[in-house]
Design a binder for this molecule. Sequence first.
Ligand SMILES: NC(=O)c1ccc[n+]([C@@H]2O[C@H](COP(=O)([O-])OP(=O)(O)OC[C@H]3O[C@@H](n4cnc5c(N)ncnc54)[C@H](O)[C@@H]3O)[C@@H](O)[C@H]2O)c1
Length: 333
Amino acid sequence: MILVTGGTGFIGSHTVCELIENGKEAVIVDNLSNSSDDVLDKIKKITGVKPAFVKGDLCDKALCDRLFKEYVIDSVIHFAGLKAVGESVQKPLEYYENNVYGTLNLLDAMRKNSVKKIVFSSSATVYGMKNTPPLKEDMPLSATNPYGRTKLFIEEILNDLYASDNGWSIVKLRYFNPVGAHPTGIIGEAPSGYPNNIMPVILRTAAGKIEQMCVFGADYDTPDGSCIRDYIHITDLAKGHIKALEYIEKTGAGCVAVNLGTGRGYSVFELIGAFERVTGKKVNYRVGERRKGDVAVCYADPTKAKELFGWTAEKGIDSMCEDAWRFQQNYGK
Ligand SMILES: NC(=O)c1ccc[n+]([C@@H]2O[C@H](COP(=O)([O-])OP(=O)(O)OC[C@H]3O[C@@H](n4cnc5c(N)ncnc54)[C@H](O)[C@@H]3O)[C@@H](O)[C@H]2O)c1
């Protein structure tokens, strides 16, 4: 059985669907701080299977220990975490506690129960602001905000853990910009409050729930002046986790970092243009100031994922927009 922390969230729920569709059994632990347990029935609607669920917080050490007693867990996919960059600047202690302390409890419970296989959700944010894309796994790492630092610290903790015991199998997946939704339109990204990521902002603007969105800066050194990002379809990203687990099973112990991106960048204006073309909906936007901490261009070198996992992203920008819009029309906030 695979323990999926944060499994009712955006990336977790899509990954649980992929796990089930690949014949695996999953148990989710989530404190529902940024998701809802409605997702469990939706996963059943998609896959025919309702995954086991424990409502709980990784900061509860006793709960972490209990999970490994109550379920026969073979490996862990660790999504649970707070992820809003701006909020992390306002509430650094909450971010360090939730993300780092929660992870320490999880790893300690794993160690005590001799479960040593983990896939961890890291982020392209660990490449910082100084590297020139395409970003490669061996480039120097840095962080510009507390959220990014939690990812960096956890990567370091995992490195130290592996150095202390080479029996661990650790894959640190560095995601680029996950967007889109399940092609059924049943699950997708539905953040509470004002969204932090661009696609939910575009969706709510197109749906008339946000009157006018802001493009943060059109004076970057890029062909159209707006920032360029490597958007990746959520089901491609979810499949990357299945491949990472297969890699762990095949190769045994190790500790590797792997990018999950497409290797192709799109500017904010290109993304809005693609969305309007695919959906026929207008997105009302204005150009505002640059946002602090945004790099002009960020995209992955996805070669390592192909070499190690045999994984490449398959879906393009049109399906990302089409699927996200379908979900918005069904369930969007
Ligand atoms: N979405 C992105 O753009 C992106 C990019 C890079 C990395 N990541 C990382 O991927 C992971 C998943 O992201 P997501 O977009 O699915 O976010 P999400 O907020 O939708 O999912 C995270 C889930 O974790 C749960 N959670 C948070 N803290 C918890 C705790 N202490 N105990 C138990 N459950 C807890 C939340 O309730 C939520 O359901 C996160 O670690 C995030 O930092 C996300």
